[in-house]
Ligand binder design. Structure first.
Ligand code: TXA
Ligand code: MG
Length: 336
């Protein structure tokens, strides 16, 4: 039999098995409300090394530790946890907000890529929560994709990225409800800083703690996973207006291409063109985020010459819920 991952329905037995695997120092994949994670025990440095090896992840890119609740975060991981963090956890946990705080000395260096801060979040997915309950300790998990590839929003996406990993257990929690990675918020200084935008926006956070800043420099140092090219399909991809996409289709003259459309007008204009494989995405940011990565993956698998993505929003200042999506689209279409 050829080596293959195992997709398991999330029964009590499957969750117990996954927790056992974590205790044994293995890596497993599990669903969250954002994207699937490739998890290992935070307090097992050798197991963490397997995550980096499997993903091909650079060793300087720190991991997010997943916890059941604020108590687990404070008792096991954080060295300092102020009132702002308590207020954020009360409002957004469980949910797609990752909070960076100073770490305890006993947290392995591998969990934070040598940093003395740690990124923590409490996922809002019943399977992730049952797994955390069964395991009883923090689980470090990056998105369950090969490094640099599009994040997975289904168990099948994980299986296709790790098709050669024999016996990798993937808990199947269905398609992810949010579909875009969590908002990453650095709480280690007086002024909170958003390192990665997500579905929880700057103004959502400002409502709870007051002033928040956005990390502008996209350097490798700021937050390694936020390097310009990330979340990328293998097929060249461009982010354009509907008008420019129509011109581009004329210009490529019959070469097969994918169009990710958000407006009816563009979808109708290209629907019957034989060279176009059309993906229609919802025009609201929540629906768009939910379906974006699966559309990108399907477009990528169709072996086309180019993926043309219609820019979904003109003015993010007026529509802040598009910020995270535009961020991911810019990365998916950035040059190498
Ligand atoms: O929604 C999510 O956050 C998903 C699910 C699985 O929870 N996880 C995820 O993990 O997206 P990953 O590894 O793909 O992204 C983690 C991000 C990276 O940009 C990393 O650089 C940043 O968090 N990060 C982690 N720890 C950090 C730290 N101590 N300081 C600064 N950035 C950190
Ligand atoms: Mg990732």
């Amino acid at each position: 039999m050829s080596p293959m991952p195992r997709i398991l329905a999330p029964t009590n037995d499957a969750i117990s098995l996954a927790a056992e695997r974590l205790r044994a120092g293995d890596v497993i994949a599990f669903p969250t409300e954002t994207v699937y994670g490739l998890g290992a025990a935070t307090f097992n440095a050798t197991a963490l090394e397997r995550i980096f090896a499997l993903k091909g992840r650079p060793f300087d890119n720190p991991l997010i530790a997943h916890v059941l609740d604020e108590t687990m975060a404070r008792e096991r991981l954080s060295l300092a946890w102020d009132n702002r963090c308590t207020a954020l956890a009360a409002r957004f946990w469980p949910g797609p907000l990752t909070i960076i705080v100073p770490k305890r000395a006993e947290v392995p260096k591998r969990a934070t890529a040598g940093l003395d801060t740690i990124a923590i979040r409490s996922p809002d997915h019943p399977v992730a929560r049952e797994l955390l309950r069964a395991f009883g300790a923090p689980i470090s998990a990056p998105s369950a994709n090969r490094s640099g590839h599009v994040s997975p929003t289904s168990a099948q996406h994980v299986a296709s990225d790790f098709a050669d990993v024999d016996d990798l257990i993937i808990l199947d929690g269905g398609p992810c409800r949010i579909g875009i990675e969590s908002t990453v918020l650095d709480m280690t200084a007086d002024l909170a800083v958003i390192l990665r935008p997500g579905s929880i926006t700057l103004s959502d956070i400002a409502d709870v703690i007051g002033e928040v800043r956005v990390q502008e420099s996209r350097t490798q140092d700021a937050s390694p996973g936020t390097s310009p090219r990330h979340y990328a399909p293998r097929t060249p991809a461009r982010l354009l207006s509907a008008h420019d996409i129509r011109n581009e289709i004329m210009a490529v003259r019959g070469r097969p291409c994918a169009v990710l459309a958000v407006s009816r007008g563009l979808a109708n204009a290209v629907r019957n063109r034989p060279e176009v494989t059309l993906f229609e995405l919802p025009a609201d940011p929540a629906g768009y985020g939910e379906h974006l990565y699966s559309a990108l993956r399907r477009a990528d698998e169709a072996s086309l010459s180019i993926i043309l993505i219609e820019r979904p929003a003109k003015d993010v200042d007026a529509e802040p819920r598009w910020t995270a999506i535009l961020d991911r689209l810019q990365r998916a279409t950035a040059g190498p």
